[in-house]
Design a binder for this molecule. Structure first.
Ligand code: HEC
Ligand code: HEC
Ligand code: HEC
Ligand code: HEC
Ligand code: HEC
Length: 229
C-alpha cells in the first residue's frame, strides 16, 4: 500500500489546523486592536517613522509656530500634517550646520523627498467614524487653544494623546467654555495659555473672559445631531 498517499500528507491535518488557527488568531488580534479603547486612550503614542518628529525641539526650543506646518488649521474642518517639502525647507543637504543636526538623523526625510514619497506618520488623535462633525477650525476661531485639547505639545519630544476625546469630555467644555477660551490670536502660544489657564483656575486671570464668551458665534451645541448628524 505504500505510495498510495505520499508521506507528507500525514502532516496535512495538522497543517490545516494550524492555518485555520493562524487565521483565527489574526482576526482576533485585528478586532482586538480596533475595539480595545487603547487606540482611543490617553497616553496613546504610536512609534513614528525614521527619527520621528520632535515638537519639543521644533515648536518649543526653536519656537516655530504651529501654523508654519499645520497650515490649514484655521480654515479647514480637518487639521493637516505638513508634507516633506516643508521639512526640506530646512533639512535639504547643506542648509543647516551639521554641528546642530546630524545628516544621519534626517536622511529619512531626504530619501522620501528624492522618491517623491510621503512620510507615513502614524495618526495619534482619531475620533470614531460615528462622530460625524468635529470642525477643528471653528474651535480655533472661537479661541480654544491646541493646549486645551492636545496638551503641552511644546514639551513633547513625541506627541501622545493627552485628553480622552470622549463624549463627556466634549460636553464638559461645551457646558463651561469660559474655563478654556483665550483670545483667538493667542491659541498657538501654548506656554502662555498653560500659565493663563492655571491662573484662571485660581482666580487670577489676565484676560477679559466674559467678553470672549460674549463674542462666540453661538453657544457650543449639546444636542445629539450637532456631532452625530
Ligand atoms: C516643523 C513642523 C511642525 C510644527 C512647527 C508643528 N508641528 Fe505638529 N506635527 C508635525 C508633524 C510632521 C506631525 C506628524 C508626526 C507626529 O505625530 O509626531 C505633527 C503632529 C502633530 C499632532 C498629532 C497629530 C495626530 O496624528 O493626531 C498634533 C496634535 C500637533 N502636531 C500639534 C502641533 C502644535 C500644537 C504645534 C505648535 C505648538 C505644532 N504641532 C507645531 C509638524 C509640525
Ligand atoms: C524652520 C526650520 C526647520 C523645519 C521646517 C524643520 N526642521 Fe527639523 N530641525 C531644525 C533644526 C535647526 C534642528 C536641529 C536643532 C537642535 O538640535 O538644536 C532640527 C532637527 C531635526 C531632527 C534631528 C533632531 C532629533 O533628534 O529629533 C529631525 C529628525 C528633524 N529635525 C525632523 C524634521 C521633520 C520631519 C520636519 C518636517 C515635518 C522638520 N524637521 C522641519 C529645523 C527645522
Ligand atoms: C477643541 C479641541 C481641539 C483643538 C482646540 C485643537 N484640536 Fe487638533 N484635534 C482635535 C481632535 C478631536 C482631533 C481628531 C479629529 C478627528 O479624528 O477627526 C484633532 C486632530 C488634529 C491633528 C491630526 C490631523 C490628521 O489628519 O492627522 C492635528 C495635526 C491637530 N489636531 C493639530 C492641532 C493644532 C496645531 C491645534 C492648535 C492650533 C489644534 N489641533 C487644536 C481636537 C482639537
Ligand atoms: C475646550 C473646549 C471645547 C472642547 C473640548 C470641544 N469643543 Fe466643540 N466647541 C467649543 C466652543 C467654544 C464652540 C462654539 C464655537 C462658536 O460657535 O463660536 C464649539 C462648537 C462646536 C460645534 C459647532 C460648530 C459650528 O459650526 O457651530 C461642534 C459640532 C463641536 N463643537 C463639536 C465638538 C466635538 C465633537 C468635540 C469633542 C471631540 C468638541 N467639540 C470638543 C469648545 C470645545
Ligand atoms: C459635542 C459633541 C457631541 C454631542 C453633542 C453628542 N455626542 Fe455622542 N459622542 C461624541 C463623541 C466624541 C463620541 C465618541 C466617544 C469615544 O470615542 O469614547 C460619542 C459617542 C457616542 C455614543 C457611543 C457610545 C459611547 O458613549 O461612547 C453614543 C451612543 C452617543 N454618542 C450618543 C449621543 C446622543 C444620544 C447624544 C445626544 C443626547 C449625543 N451623543 C451628543 C460627541 C457628541
Amino acid at each position: 500500500m505504500a505510495g498510495l498517499f505520499p508521506k507528507w500528507t500525514n502532516a496535512l491535518p495538522t497543517v490545516t489546523a494550524m492555518l485555520v488557527l493562524g487565521g483565527l488568531v489574526t482576526t482576533v488580534a485585528g478586532v482586538w486592536y480596533y475595539f480595545t479603547p487603547k487606540f482611543w486612550e490617553v497616553g496613546y503614542m504610536p512609534a513614528q517613522p525614521g527619527s520621528g518628529f520632535n515638537h519639543q525641539l521644533h515648536a518649543g526650543k526653536l519656537g516655530i509656530d504651529c501654523r508654519y506646518c499645520h497650515t490649514k488649521i484655521e480654515e479647514s474642518p480637518e487639521a493637516n500634517i505638513p508634507n516633506v517639502a516643508t521639512c526640506m525647507g530646512c533639512h535639504a543637504e547643506n542648509r543647516l550646520d551639521t554641528k546642530f543636526v546630524k545628516d544621519a538623523k534626517v536622511q529619512f526625510i531626504r530619501d522620501a523627498y528624492a522618491k517623491n514619497a510621503s512620510i507615513e506618520w502614524r495618526r495619534v488623535h482619531k475620533l470614531p467614524d460615528y462622530v460625524r462633525n468635529f470642525p477643528h477650525h471653528v474651535h480655533l476661531k472661537a479661541g480654544v487653544s491646541c493646549y486645551s485639547c492636545h496638551g503641552q505639545i511644546m514639551g513633547m519630544p513625541e506627541v501622545y494623546q493627552a485628553q480622552s476625546l470622549s463624549m463627556g469630555w466634549c460636553l464638559e467644555c461645551h457646558r463651561n467654555p469660559e474655563q478654556h477660551l483665550v483670545p483667538p490670536e493667542d491659541v498657538t502660544k501654548l506656554t502662555w495659555v498653560e500659565q493663563e489657564l492655571k491662573d484662571r483656575a485660581s482666580g487670577r486671570s489676565s484676560v477679559d473672559v466674559e467678553a470672549l464668551v460674549a463674542s462666540l458665534r453661538r453657544e457650543p451645541p449639546q444636542y445629539c445631531g450637532a456631532c452625530h448628524h
